[in-house]
Design a protein around this ligand. Structure first.
Ligand SMILES: [Zn+2]
Length: 402
């Protein structure tokens, strides 16, 4: 459904036509540039579909009566636009979204036509995350089982609104179903090959794998989990930003540079890539240890150094070097960009219209990428973190047994 009307920018008095796609979420915030003076304008699309929908004008703009004249601005919570579509009065982004995601839908073909929006996207993602985050935290801190079970029941109830047969009784299944349904098929392309590799290592090197698992639980598990939770807290707090490119990222469509993301609140997400890079490279120790075992060594014995040296002395940008020869492990490094990490981590990164400019470390040379590329890369590295987190939880953690 598309809602909207005539709007006036309160900074420059330019009038334009706003069209906002409304999905299932109760409220979706859009911050976008005035088509004339480029000031940041904010609206919130509120929906209680199909009962009522309306737009609240919260920053620098207001609704006006009268003829629909002036340029068109399209906004949509779950898709970015081509340059032509962005200013087209007849664009229906949900058709583009359906075309992109239809081949990947899990629902049986006969029910695909019923409600496409609930079959690829995870309805109420932000609200679900807040329950999943409670479940992870409660489990980590050993909360009373009745409270934890109440949260699991709440998660199941929310999922059943759109999947009546959904069942889930364990903490791990809550976490796994949330990330898997929200990030498939991309997450599975990383997660499944790694699980297969781990199962082979268990068969061929059982003693070394058991020693590594003990080390993982005593030295890595709790810090890794805390980092993942903090990262996804930020990701889902800004989900309205990332979601606009997420369908492209999930299906592996890398052709995003020409796309226009309608809603841009860069200030809230400019440091996200840096944080996600730190989280991911901190977890590379798991992959590096698996690589040692695969090569017939002790888990903490590298080709040219000790585990202690790897953790303390190897810089983040080189953490993936030891396992660069293994395609399954190295796939987790494919969303790494250390120059972008430097810009994002040190907040030395800026948006100019449809471009993001940043300074890399080292020479400090200025680089630029499309704004849509930045969002796409944030999604890629978030999915990579989620894949590694799920494998750690499922294969090594004591988390699911508590
Ligand atoms: Zn303006």
């Amino acid at each position: 459904m598309v809602i909207g009307g005539c709007v006036e920018c309160l900074i420059c008095t330019t009038k334009f036509i706003l069209r906002v796609g409304v999905g299932l979420e109760n409220a979706c915030t859009h911050t976008f540039d005035c088509p004339h003076c480029f000031s940041a304008l904010t609206v919130v699309a509120k929906a209680d579909v199909p009962l009522s929908t309306h737009i609240e004008f919260t920053e620098n703009c207001r609704a006006i009566d009268g003829e629909r004249v002036g340029p068109v601005v399209n906004l949509h919570p779950s898709i970015a636009f081509s340059a032509d579509e962005y200013h087209d009065q007849l664009t229906f982004p949900s058709i583009v979204l359906t075309k992109l995601t239809r081949p990947y839908m899990r629902a049986p073909a006969e029910s695909r036509l019923k409600d496409v929006a609930t079959q690829f996207e995870l309805p109420y993602t932000k609200e679900l995350w807040s329950v999943v985050a409670n479940i992870i935290r409660m489990n980590l801190r050993g909360n009373a089982h009745d409270v934890l079970n109440g949260q699991i029941a709440k998660y199941v109830e929310m999922r059943r609104k759109f999947l009546p047969d959904f069942t889930c009784t364990t903490v791990f299944k809550c976490v796994a179903s949330f990330f898997d349904d929200g990030f498939y098929p991309a997450i599975g392309n990383l997660r499944q090959p790694l699980r297969k590799l781990i199962q082979e290592l268990r068969k061929n090197h059982p003693i070394q794998m058991a020693t590594f698992e003990t080390y993982y639980r005593s030295d890595l598990e709790s810090e890794n989990l805390e980092r993942y939770i903090a990262l996804f807290q930020d990701y889902f707090a800004n989900f309205d930003q990332f979601r606009q490119l997420l369908a492209f990222t999930r299906v592996g469509s890398d052709d995003v540079d020409e796309l226009i993301v309608g809603s841009k609140n860069f200030n809230d997400i400019k440091m996200f890539y840096g944080q996600a890079y730190e989280t991911l490279t901190s977890s590379f120790v798991t992959l590096a240890c698996l690589n040692n075992i695969k090569n017939g060594r002790r888990f903490d014995e590298f080709e040219h150094m000790t585990l202690n040296k790897y953790i303390k002395d190897v810089e983040k940008a080189k953490k993936s070097n030891p396992f660069s020869g293994d395609p399954v492990l190295f796939a987790f490094a494919s969303s790494e960009d250390s120059a972008l990490r430097n810009g994002s981590h040190h907040a030395s990164i800026f948006r100019y219209g449809e471009l993001v400019k940043y300074r890399s470390g080292g020479t400090g040379a200025q680089r630029e990428i499309a704004y849509s590329r930045y969002i796409h890369m944030c999604n890629q590295i978030a999915i990579t973190n989620a894949a590694l987190m799920l494998v750690e939880l499922q294969e090594f953690s004591t988390f699911i047994h508590r």
